[in-house]
Design a protein around this ligand. Sequence first.
Ligand code: SF4
Length: 498
Amino acid sequence: MPLKTPAEYVDSLRELNIRAYVNGERVESVADHPSIAPHINTVAKTYELSHDPEHQDVMTAESHLTGERIHRYTHIFHSADDLVKKIQMLRLLGQVTGTCFQRCVGLDALNALYAITYEIDQGEGTSYHQRFRDYLTGVQRADLMLAGAMTDPKGHRAKRPSQQDDPDQFVRVVERRDDGVVIRGAKLHNTGGINSHEILVMPGTGLSDAEGDYAIACAVPANADGVLFIFGRQSNDNRKLEGGCDIGNPRFGVVGGEAMVVFDDVFVPHDRVFMNGESTYAGTMVNYFATWHRANYGGCKGGNADVLIGATAKMTKVLGTERNSVVRDKLIEMIHMNETTYASAIGASAMGYPLPCGSYMVDPMMANTVKQNITRNVYQIGRLSHDLAGGFLATMPGEQSFENPEIARFVEKYHQANPEYETRDRVKLGRYIENMTSVTTMVEAMHGAGSPQAQRIVMLGQADIDKKIEMADRVIDGDDDVEGLPLPGKRQPVEVEG
Ligand code: SF4
């Protein structure tokens, strides 16, 4: 069965010798670096749970290419049930790790490439789809960790890729050879790339006919010549290195260990190239990827919020406020917001429909609504958590205060609330809440899978306001002819404007 164990995943990273930099210094082995380890631990959990009989139904699937049992993170969605199971998998993983487990970006990129290669072939007479199926078979059999890379630096935001003073602000082809292409540029905010086997490069925006050099989609090994990763800093990241009660989430990361990935004239052979100049398909591919990924947030953030709600509820016990009706009502509000986004993600999946290649797309209106709500609800849930946990969150003593005999007894005494709980446990909970509601976590909820306005543009396009005016006219005028009214689930993604 082609399912890696956690140890095999970590060992395989060691073998890659990925070129990475943390705080400006070259990393000897990403698999052994303390700043990257929490993110690797999180991914390792995705491998571990695929071997757990209790979770095999959501963590694995049957490959439509080989018939073998594969990890759901390398599966092509072939039904609404597949889409629902993916959301269930994300909630489970969110509950187990309390953070971002990174592999969904590669999964959605695989699905976007599967769909778009079929459509390019249909329109242009190319043969990308079979090439991609061959690549995908290898990915499934090796159970690879893939990172999707879409977000370009973008330079001057008012200018198109071809209008930039620096043409490298969007990843592009700088040379076409008989045996492949050479690409140059960078992708930002790259989730999980630094601890992945492969990077799936995709265009980051819709492109014009004249922008064929930017229409490049390909698979690049993370250790290919010319590829390097520059790891981003996160809120309080050095606390992970300190140990003690200040860490927050001790084993797993904060969000996805994002990095800048640079392609410094990287050669990609033809068998790894899945779009090469077909610029008119770039917008559709961006839409496919973004729509799947936006629905995900109802699953992963749902699982993360379950843990945060649990930590907040326990904090109320530590404080002795858990029976207060106002406190309970605020917990209900947190639960309500969380279940609303989860329900929308399940709904978007249940209303999925087949694409021309036979794979399944989520309902785009609901998927975008999920992400739009995430940009608000994660903040609101965090706000209520702060409200219930109290100002202590901002003034907690550090580990060192518990270790200094001169002051430890004062810290223990004056920060203890309900005597059934240790003061140090109160700090651990507080640090976890601080972690889950820090700048890094919030900003990821705001901008991951596209900034809020990107979802609102799609929502307006999907809403079909003229149809709604027609509905209003019919109701008001008393005409009960319902012919021609839209059926939910038949909505198609709108094109992204470049
Ligand atoms: Fe997966 Fe959520 Fe992380 Fe995106 S933000 S990679 S959907 S866990």
